[in-house]
Design a protein around this ligand. Structure first.
Ligand code: MOS
Length: 747
């Protein structure tokens, strides 16, 4: 069996990185050149002899039973090798139910549907067959010829209608369904000033630039997949479970990813079906989802309804803060999206209540999408804070500052780091907030109404666990191995910077291998955890390696020379140090390390924070809405690489702009069909929509985290939609509480 050659990535061209000073240097992304020049091979681009091409067939009803499925016409298309349905697909083990403990751990499926092993349909778009052919053209031609007939059942597909049936959400390991302090309803009723409002957000889709794809290859009972996953360890364990082989027989590659945003965290049907198809036809199979298939057969963000009620004294002290949300999950799975997360942490309200209900729907289950919980929660809460500021005739920043908590508002824990005040102060000065006339519709530039808005950004810290191996060779080079993920954020680059300084060697001499489950097991790339998680283990492994080298240097009399001199003097080709191991005991220890880190991190309230500022221009005649200026001022710990950090934060702001102005999943309330499955009907921001985005940070390390790192992947998207909605109100006097803010809502 041919396994494609490993992709080694050379450092970027700006190798003028000082020894010992790699951390903090704006190093180019290591994967940048390979991606920009087209030499990077993405999952769908791996070639094997005898490769076949697969296309999914999707259910056209939301709930029911397949009574008949006719594959004759599809099978007759020249080049078609097989058509698999629930009648003839290989039997595999049923999926396990999604589980709140495992969902942070070993194996996560997007749904618990037994794809192609069941005649049951649970959502419109569920794969019910797969066509495998010698060319993708033949597979694509044949797939629409598969005809299914169904016994339809009533389906719950209209979120507006299902809200009355919603039941309390249980929460998960990191976030309880309900938080309560005092009697918030009574305090609201008694408040001198109050607002009681309802904010709604639509479902959203990730639409990463690279659609989901899998190449699956069996060799006996060994499975290799090239898969678009931001969680290779979990993907491996899940596939091993479903196909009844040991995890050591499954190898998952994901060296390059064209974005993920949470959409590639869970295992989706395409991955399972590709492996199933490869088993059935005895040949390698490539299943590259079309954009439409991605949006019909992988999850997106839930829609939401949020009541936010705030009570305050006349001088702006919050006496009551209530958030009551309804979100949806699927009947076959779905992630808890903790919309109340910002409300539990941002303000020192005397009384507080946040709760959340789930409406169970016969739709594609929702999943994580950038800043799940906080993206929605900051829109609702930070819009309401702006509305309260107007009720109080107070500056919205002054209102926020008046309610800065001393300790975590719900748990009373100390903050490990909190520079929310500094973020607003420095941001306001840089943005020119003082020039804003608070009166709505008071600032104008010709036909354009001008408005300025602000909002807090917030995303909590989560650290998982990583196994890492570091090797120093006698030629002075180092190799860092860890099965983490590079979705375009600069993950390998920053870990090379960290290892270079920890070993005291040149940045260019450090090679990093990642994106392969044969490497020491890495964390999933999600919840903004990866940098700090991997750094924790890289630093520990480098420290151990340094101890070994120091001892060897003492023995060989090379103390004071470069580290590799000791190896050469001793005639030792290399020295290694590891954190974690792939044995059964190693896995148990790694779970122990996760729990102890998790519990330690829980002692303090830790989060990434920031202040978003925007200026909008709304055409007084047409309602056309343009973002003209942006500033995000962030409190995100110590910055390892200013170039990749700025890029992460800017990209996240762009995503927030999409959420605010144009993106929405449209589902036909009659039949549950996704109507926005393509980029022709789901509008992501394009270059012309985006102004120059100014981002900066306070660069204050969080002393409880390795190198002071706070993950910054997601915080940049939080607060964006509220800052825009607040600016639109300031510009026009129209308050939009229902995203997206389209021009019909501001006219
Ligand atoms: Mo993110 S939603 O954790 O990729």
């Amino acid at each position: 069996m041919t396994t494609p050659a490993k992709t080694h990535i050379a450092p970027g061209p700006d190798a003028s990185v000082p020894v010992g000073g790699a951390v903090g240097h704006p190093v180019d992304r290591r994967d940048g050149r390979a991606k920009a020049t087209g030499t990077a091979r993405f999952s769908a681009e791996h070639r094997y002899p005898d490769l076949t091409y697969a296309t999914l067939v999707h259910a056209t009803i939301a709930r029911g039973t397949i009574t008949h499925i006719d594959t004759a016409a599809a099978a007759a298309v020249p080049g078609v090798v097989a058509v698999l349905t629930h009648l003839n697909a290989p039997r595999i083990k049923p999926p396990r139910k999604p589980n709140i403990v495992r969902d942070l751990g070993p194996d996560v499926s997007g749904t618990d549907v037994d794809y192609l092993n069941t005649d049951q349909v649970f959502w419109d778009g569920q794969p019910i067959a797969v066509v495998i052919a010698t060319t993708s053209a033949a597979a694509n031609e044949a797939a629409p010829l598969v005809e299914a007939t169904y016994d339809k059942l009533p389906a719950r597909v209209d979120f507006a209608a299902e809200q009355k049936n919603a039941t309390p959400a249980k929460g998960d390991l990191t976030f309880a369904g309900v938080a309560k302090k005092g009697d918030a309803e009574a305090a609201l009723a008694a408040a001198e000033v109050s607002v009681d409002l309802r904010y709604t957000t639509p479902g959203l889709q990730h639409n990463a630039i690279e659609p989901h794809a899998t190449v699956a290859v069996w060799d006996g009972d060994h499975l290799t997949v090239h898969d678009t996953t931001q969680s290779i360890t979990q993907s491996r364990r899940y596939l091993a479970w479903r196909f009844g082989v040991p995890a050591s027989h499954v190898r998952v590659h994901a060296e390059f990813l064209g974005g993920g945003f949470g959409g590639k965290f869970a295992v989706w049907p395409g991955t399972v079906i590709a492996a199933m198809a490869a088993k059935a036809v005895g040949r390698p199979v490539r299943l590259a989802l079309t954009r439409t298939a991605v949006n019909r057969a992988t999850g997106g963000r839930t829609a939401s309804t949020n009541r936010i009620a705030l009570g305050a004294t006349r001088d702006g002290r919050l006496t009551s803060l209530i958030q009551d949300s309804i979100t949806r999950i699927g009947s076959t799975g779905g992630q808890f999206e903790p919309t109340g997360s910002p409300a539990r942490h941002l303000y020192g309200a005397q009384n507080l209540l946040t709760r959340q209900d789930h409406a169970v729907m016969d739709l594609m289950p929702n999943t994580w999408l950038r800043a799940p919980g906080e993206a929605i929660g900051t829109f609702a809460l930070e819009s309401a804070m702006d509305e309260l500021a107007y009720e109080l005739s107070m500056d919205p920043i002054a209102l926020r500052m008046r309610n800065e908590p001393e300790t975590d508002p719900t748990k009373g824990k100390k903050f490990s780091q909190r520079m929310q005040r500094e973020a607003f102060e420095r941001g306001a000065e840089r943005f020119g907030w003082a020039d804003r006339d608070p009166e709505p519709r008071s600032m104008r530039d010709g036909e354009w109404l001008v408005g300025m808005g602000t909002a807090a950004a917030f995303h909590p810290v989560l650290r998982l666990v990583a196994d890492v191996k570091v090797r120093l060779s006698d030629d002075g080079s180092a190799l860092v191995q860890c099965g983490f993920h590079e979705m375009g954020m600069g993950a390998a680059t920053v870990q090379a910077q960290i290892a270079a300084d920890a070993l005291g060697i040149d940045y260019e001499k450090v090679r990093v291998e990642y994106g392969d489950s044969a490497l020491p097991s890495g964390p999933m790339a999600g919840n903004s955890n990866q940098t700090a998680t991997v750094a924790t283990s890289v630093l520990a492994a480098c420290a151990e390696l340094t101890r070994k080298i120091t001892a060897l240097a003492r023995r060989t009399g090379t103390t004071g020379q470069e580290p590799a001199a000791a190896l050469r003097a001793a005639g030792t080709p290399f020295l290694e140090a590891s954190v974690g191991s792939a044995t059964r005991l190693g896995e148990l220890r790694s779970q122990g390390r996760f729990l102890s880190t998790f519990l330690k991190d829980q002692r303090r309230s830790k989060a990434a924070r920031g202040a978003q500022f925007c200026e909008v221009r709304v055409n007084a005649d047409t309602g056309e809405l343009r973002i003209s200026r942006w500033l995000g001022m962030f409190d995100v710990g110590h910055i390892i690489n200013p170039k990749t950090a700025a890029s992460q934060l800017r990209g996240a702001v762009v995503m927030g702009i999409g959420m605010a102005l144009s993106e929405q999943s449209l589902i036909d309330p009659r039949n549950g069909r996704t109507m926005s499955a393509g980029l022709d009907s789901y509008y992501v921001p394009v270059h012309a929509d985006i102004p120059p985005i100014d981002v900066d940070w306070l660069d204050e390390p969080d002393r409880t985290m390795p190198l002071g790192i706070i993950g910054l992947g997601e915080v940049g998207t939080t607060g964006v939609a509220a800052a825009i909605a607040n600016a639109v109100f300031h510009a026009t006097g129209r308050r939009v509480r229902d995203l997206p803010i389209t021009l019909d809502k501001v006219l």
